[in-house]
Design a protein around this ligand. Sequence first.
Ligand code: NDP
Length: 311
Amino acid sequence: MERLETLIIGSGPAGYTAAIYAARADLKPVLYTGLEPGGQLTTTTDVDNFPGYPKGIDGPTMMIQLKEQAERFGTDVRIGHVKNVKLSKKIGKLHKVIIEDGSEIETKTIIISTGATAKYLGLESEQRLIGGGVSACAVCDGFFYKNQEVAVVGGGDTAAEEATYLSKICSKVTMLVRKDKMRASKAMQNRVFKSKNIILKFNSEIDEVLGENVVEGLRIINNVTKKKDEISISGLFIAIGHKPNTEIFNDQLEMDDLGYIITKGKTTKTNIPGVFASGDVQDKEYRQAITAAGTGCMAALDAERYLQKLN
Ligand code: NDP
């Protein structure tokens, strides 16, 4: 059976940054990419808010470069996903990891960077236009719709935050809430109500996203009156929640009620010795490439210190 010092699961900015630091610290990391190599950024077009890229960079290219940087220091990047884990509660005892092809690995430390997946509505027209005006991240993509009209779907804190953010950039933001009230906190709702260019439409759902190659509008249906209506927009932001990719750790790691891994204080330590979590899998607040990368660095340093004590 293969034995490792450090196994990294996930290939977004958190996983690759953890790999760069772990490899430079001679932990000889192996990184499994997961089902979506490169993570959420591979579904974005331009990344304009990652420091160090004055002209911006497109998401897929950035992830290729992060991979190359991790490999430059000796990270063994493997395409494939982890099927199962058996975490050991005892300090120093090896954790067992089973890969999709049936192979087994024993490792002293694990860095979990499996991310979170944005939820989408599932409409054919929405799926076809992802990257063509449909986005799940206002901070990432809002700037492309400067002074244009956009719509946000959802009534929770994320939707309220995204709509408020977009209202400062875009000329008009239509917020579509499927119930007759929002789920967001009162404070967030008040921010929405105070923004003059946010138009709230309750009991409203999308029937179809209009446009061939780019978003041109929406056909909306009122789910009470069944009346249909069309609006013109150039950007659609889906903000109906994220799902952390933590199923394989269920019943083994401490998670909050939404399934995000709980880390201790300002560290990336989980409740299991030698197991660390970085990126969106433990963060529902910030969810940015740069914050994910930051916690990836922290996880590698935490793993290095853990191994130093152990050895
Ligand atoms: P939530 O699950 O809280 O809200 C999801 C929203 O999307 C709800 O309004 C829901 O409607 C709606 N929705 C779900 N599915 C559909 C669908 N198919 N069609 C239309 N609408 C749909 O997710 P959030 O991402 O908003 O928040 C997740 C957690 O993160 C919360 O605990 C939140 O408080 C927290 N958070 C905190 C922030 C902060 O404090 N700054 C910022 C962002 C999030 P319905 O109500 O009808 O179910």
